[in-house]
Every structure is written in structure tokens, then in C-alpha cells.
Design a protein around this ligand. Structure first.
Ligand code: SF4
Length: 433
């Protein structure tokens, strides 16, 4: 049978999808990209914010249309199902099977029952994962769930409590992917910097990064979603001294006003956050700092927003994402008074983003003339009929940050040295040396 997948949401969800792809492949299913050809369609949903829920519902309805053609079985799993399985089961009879995370132990059994086809019974396994992000990089999920209970976030209710994977398990997965030729490993979790605390009694991110860097074939490692308060000095030292670890910190800070951080149930405050940024820049020359902020949290006054705006001016983040607060069912913040008007949220969002646009432009201009190691991912023919190689420097996370477009000679999936010759808003241009 032919099976197609739709993966929505974040990279952590994508890892689940990749394990499902592996499981179907192991059971002799043919994986297809075109939903028109698929007899089974699996949708892995995201239910993180309102927008994601709407996208998931629209995708389910869109994929259900293929049941009028070749598709016989529609399976839906992921975060949305975790929260709304009962309601969706009643309201969406076009879906044949809804599976929650807690039912992953019997994933294949349930799939088999519904497809009524006998195959070898197996389970979802990281080692069977089929990486769908190309040959250059793979996400490695080292833990799942979260214990932080930020009042705006539904993740702890969706993915459960924080649970680290065993070190040996992670290393085995990286070894296997490195053997397949993957060069860059992107370490993720909901709360990456907490890795190890639950099973080893102390933060072990620095340690696991070090061990990953010793695996043959691993050339670049980066980690995303660091919680500011759990970035240890050991971790900073490891990033500083290990050539294989990209000098890049992704630290969702959410806000800077102490009052708002407290209402968000964040452990950081303005002073500790500013100290951390200063320390990272002092310890690691040319470190890239990315952050994510949220505007319009309940009770955010004009003064709180101005404090945030001034902070962005001060921090001059290399990369910055911004979200408007969205009310998530069952979370603490959804019941808080003083919800901010949607127009005010939007206008605050626009102000932060246009300030950051100017900061990014100035940051990028400083890169002209500098030399960088680049992982070549692709080649394109541009409007001027010239071939450009497309790659990323240590400063760029795939699908989040920009690219560098290079003239010269290179092979795909190799590293080259290049010189930046010009920049535009988010991307760089350069030549291969
Ligand atoms: S740290 Fe906060 S925002 Fe991040 S997943 Fe956990 S609860 Fe959600």
C-alpha cells in the first residue's frame, strides 16, 4: 500500500512524523509525496496556538477530500488530538483513526486494525526514523514534554511532563544518521537545557553535546530552545571550546518586564536576562543570539511594552521572532483579566518587528568582507541565468534563518569556505574561496 504524510507544526513534531514514516516503511509500505497517490494518509497535527489548530482542521478537511479518490484510510495524530480527541471523533467521521501520544505503544496495532492488513507488529522507534529534511541535517529530539508551566503555554498539558531520553539511545541514533551521511545535527526538546535533570539528577546538555561531537561524520551541532535560567556555565564553555558546536544560542525570552515575566510564570527576570546576554557575548566572540518574544500578554500595559521595546533596542538580537499572545484553553493566562485588544497586540507586534528589521540590516552589513564556513545544500539558477549555490553558515538554522547564495564551484552536502560580498534583508551573497 502507498502512504502519504502531512507534518504540521514544529521540528519536535516532525521527529514523530519521521518515526512514523520509518515504521510504515519497515512494514513494507511505499511512501509517496503526492496525496492523490496515497491509499493511507497520516496527518500529524499541531495544536499549540489557535492558528495551528485552524490549520490542522483545514488540513484534515483538505486530506479527507482524497477519500473520494484513492485514499481509503485517514489517520490523524499529534498535539491537536491530544487535547480534542473526543470532540473530533464525534465531529469528523471522515477520519478513520485518531491516535494520541499516550497510545503510541499500540500505534501499529491500531493502524493495522484499521487497515485490516497483517504485517509484523512493531513499535515507533527512533532508529527506524526516515529523515525527511534532506541529506544535510537532522533533528535529534533529546527529551519531550515540559515541567515549566508557563501560563500562556499548553505544551505541558499536551506533551506531558519533561522526560529525557537515555544518553546511549541518543548517541546510537546520531551514529546511525551520521553513517547515512548527515552532517549537521540539530538538538531539540521543549526544554533543551534541562536535558538529563530527570534521569541523571543534573543538567547534562553540555555532556551529550560533547559526546555527539566525538561521533565520526558529525560536523556541525546546534541546539535550539534554551531556557534562559538553565543555561549553565558548563554549557557556555562547551559551546565556546568545541569547534563542532555552532556558536548560536536560541533563547526564547518571551518578555523583559519583571511584572509580565512573573505573570507568565517564567523563572527569569530583567536583570538575569541582561546579564546572560552580556555574558554570552563576552565569553563567545561572534556568538549569535536568537530570541522569541511575546506581545499582548494579559495585563501588558503600554509601559510594559515600551520596556520590551527598549530592551530589543539594547539587546540588538542577531535574530528575533515575535508572537502575539493567543488565549489557549486550559492555561492559566486564558483566565487572567486585562486581556489585550487584538489591534493593540498587532500594532505592538509590528513595532517590534520593524525595529528588529533595522537591527538585522545593520547586523548583516557588518558581515560583508568576512569569511565563513558554509554547508552547501542546493544549487539554483537565478533570473540572471547564473548558477548559485545555496548554503548556510553557523549563523543560520534551516527554515528559520536566512541563506547564503554563492558563486563559484561546490558539491552539494559539502562544506566550503566563502567570503560575504553583499547582503539583503535576511540573506547573504558571497563567493566560494
Ligand atoms: S518552557 Fe514554557 S513555553 Fe516552553 S514548552 Fe515549557 S511551558 Fe511551554
Amino acid at each position: 500500500m502507498k502512504v502519504g504524510f502531512v507534518s504540521l507544526g514544529c521540528s519536535k513534531n516532525l521527529v514523530d512524523t519521521e518515526m512514523m514514516v520509518g515504521l510504515f516503511k519497515k512494514n513494507k509500505y511505499e511512501i509517496v509525496n503526492n496525496p492523490e497517490e496515497a491509499e493511507v494518509i497520516v496527518i500529524n497535527t499541531c495544536g499549540f496556538i489557535q492558528q495551528a489548530k485552524e490549520e490542522a482542521i483545514n488540513t484534515i478537511l483538505e486530506m479527507a477530500e482524497y477519500k473520494k479518490k484513492k485514499c481509503k484510510v485517514l489517520i490523524v495524530t499529534g498535539c491537536l488530538i491530544e487535547r480534542y480527541k473526543d470532540e473530533l471523533t464525534k465531529e469528523m467521521p471522515e477520519v478513520d483513526l485518531f491516535i494520541k501520544f499516550s497510545e503510541y505503544d499500540s500505534f501499529w496495532k491500531q493502524v493495522e486494525n484499521i487497515i485490516k492488513k497483517k504485517n509484523d507488529y512493531t513499535e515507533l522507534d527512533f532508529l527506524d526514523r526516515i529523515v525527511t529534511t534532506g541529506n544535510n541535517y537532522a533533528y535529534i529530539r533529546i527529551a519531550d514534554g515540559c515541567d515549566n508551566f508557563c501560563t500562556f503555554c499548553a505544551i505541558p498539558y499536551i506533551r506531558g511532563r519533561f522526560t529525557s531520553r537515555k544518553e546511549e539511545d541518543i548517541l546510537e541514533e546520531v551514529r546511525s544518521l551520521a553513517k547515512q551521511g548527515i552532517r549537521e545535527f540539530i538538538i531539540i526538546a521543549q526544554d533543551t537545557t534541562k536535558y538529563g535533570v530527570d534521569i541523571y539528577g543534573k543538567p547534562m546538555l553540555a555532556d551529550i553535546l560533547h559526546k555527539i561531537s566525538e561521533i565520526d561524520g558529525v560536523e556541525w551541532i546546534r541546539f535550539l530552545y534554551s531556557y534562559p535560567e538553565t543555561i549553565t556555565y558548563d554549557l557556555i564553555k562547551e559551546v565556546k571550546n568545541n569547534d563542532k558546536i555552532c556558536k548560536y544560542f536560541d533563547i526564547p525570552m518571551q518578555h523583559i518586564s519583571d511584572k509580565i515575566l512573573k505573570k507568565m510564570n517564567r523563572k527569569s527576570n530583567k536583570e538575569s536576562t541582561k546579564k546572560l546576554i552580556t555574558k554570552l557575548r563576552k565569553e563567545i566572540p561572534n556568538v549569535i543570539i536568537r530570541s522569541t518574544l511575546m506581545v499582548g500578554f494579559p495585563g501588558e500595559t503600554q509601559e510594559d511594552f515600551e520596556e520590551l521595546y527598549e530592551f530589543v533596542k539594547w539587546a540588538k538580537f542577531d535574530k528575533l521572532g515575535c508572537f502575539t499572545y493567543s488565549k489557549e484553553e486550559g492555561t492559566g493566562a486564558s483566565k487572567m483579566p486585562m486581556q489585550v485588544h487584538p489591534m493593540t497586540k498587532k500594532s505592538r507586534y509590528n513595532k517590534i518587528m520593524s525595529l528588529q528589521q533595522q537591527i538585522s540590516k545593520d547586523n548583516l552589513k557588518r558581515l560583508i568582507g568576512k569569511e565563513y564556513k558554509v554547508l552547501i545544500e542546493n544549487a539554483i539558477v537565478a533570473d540572471d541565468n547564473e548558477v548559485y549555490f545555496v548554503g548556510r553558515t553557523y549563523m543560520d538554522v534551516p527554515e528559520i534563518d536566512g541563506y547564503i547564495y554563492l558563486k563559484g564551484e561546490a558539491d552539494i552536502n559539502t562544506f566550503v569556505k566563502c567570503k560575504v560580498t553583499s547582503v539583503n534583508e535576511y540573506d547573504l551573497m558571497g563567493e566560494i574561496l
